[in-house]
Design a protein around this ligand. Structure first.
Ligand code: ADP
Length: 315
């Protein structure tokens, strides 16, 4: 992949309102949005355009959310505004021992209705008409939808993939949103369409158990490029090229004082993709993933100040 000509990637997922801290402060966050935002920052001087597709309401919070994404260089024309619905919300509470607890109000969030239009939504039109070159979804993007919407998402990604579009998937698994059986069922349907699989080993174990390795499963289902993230341990990069399997390990960067691992995997994904879209090889891409993730975990919260990552932004 290269950005020698204009290239467009669209993320589909949910961004929620976050209430956290003392005094309570309002922020915005969600796994795919975090990755989109970091990718947008990293590639701001390149020909890569980052788009975010989701459902929002007509309310002021939704508008503020969209404005904040635009300030980060994220394009928002695939956002659908859903009548009488609001974005989801979560609250982060820290107990006396410093342990954080997350409470969610997301069951009726606007994004759940994104695939419930009679006609195609803006994301479906973009993928059908090849308006974008790559699409990024996570396990959470699938989990938040009902089965009919999951089928619609699958159908359009299948079409997009058949037309040569690149599909990128992060396996983020949230057991509160669905059962392991449901996750297995849908991951097995989506994985054969995936070009780059970014897999958190811990989440994979929760979904599939250990009867088969991540690598075996992804290769069996047809993924050609797999990155297995393993916290502070080296990540494993696997590529299948003309029947030959290339494997390598890329060491994480030691961080003596980890402040908050929130968005570690999301930012890793952004670093990895920024490098891959810049034409770098997978190993180098994993290095940029580690460099960004190791920076992000030295700050509190999912999104760090851009000034803290200037050294990683290509001019
Ligand atoms: P996720 O956040 O999706 O659960 P991981 O925990 O595997 O994913 O972390 C993703 C990336 O974040 C790792 O590949 C690594 O680059 C970085 N990372 C996470 N935890 C640490 C740590 N303790 N020390 C250094 N790097 C870390």
């Amino acid at each position: 992949m290269s950005t020698s000509t204009q290239c467009n990637i669209v993320f589909f997922g949910e961004c929620m309102v976050e209430i956290s801290g003392s005094p309570l402060t309002k922020k915005f966050g969600g796994d795919t949005l975090n990755t989109a935002l970091y990718l947008s920052r990293l590639t701001q001087h390149t020909d890569l355009s980052v788009h975010y597709a989701t459902g929002l309401g007509h309310d002021e919070l939704s508008q503020n959310m969209m404005n904040s994404w635009q300030l980060e260089g994220i394009q928002t024309h695939f956002v659908e505004r859903i009548a009488n619905k609001l974005p989801g919300l979560y609250m982060v509470e820290t107990d006396g021992t410093g342990e954080r607890h997350f409470h969610y109000w997301r069951n009726d969030a606007a994004v759940k209705y994104y695939f419930q239009f009679d006609g195609l939504n803006k994301f479906e039109i973009a993928l059908t008409d090849n308006q974008v070159d790559a699409v990024y979804i996570s396990g959470i993007s699938i989990a938040i939808l009902n089965d009919d919407s999951r089928e619609r998402l699958l159908k359009v990604i299948n079409l997009f993939s058949n037309q040569g579009g690149k599909v990128i998937f992060d396996n983020n698994y949230r057991p509160q949103l669905w059962t392991t059986e449901q996750a297995q069922h849908w991951y097995a349907k989506f994985l054969p369409l995936v070009d780059i699989a970014l897999i958190t080993e811990d989440d994979d174990l929760l979904v599939w158990g250990n009867f088969e390795s991540v690598q075996q499963r992804c290769l069996r289902l047809g993924c050609q490029e797999i990155v297995i993230k393993r916290g502070c341990e080296p990540c494993k990069v696997v590529q299948a090229k003309e029947g030959i399997i290339e494997e390598s390990y890329v060491s994480a960067i030691p961080v003596p004082n980890v402040v908050d691992t929130c968005a570690a995997g999301d930012s890793f994904a952004a670093g990895y993709l920024a490098a891959r879209f810049n034409g770098e090889i997978a190993r180098e891409a994993a290095e940029l993933g580690h460099r960004l993730a190791s920076t992000v975990i030295q700050y509190s919260g999912a999104i760090i100040p851009v000034s803290a990552m200037n050294h990683l932004i290509k001019n």
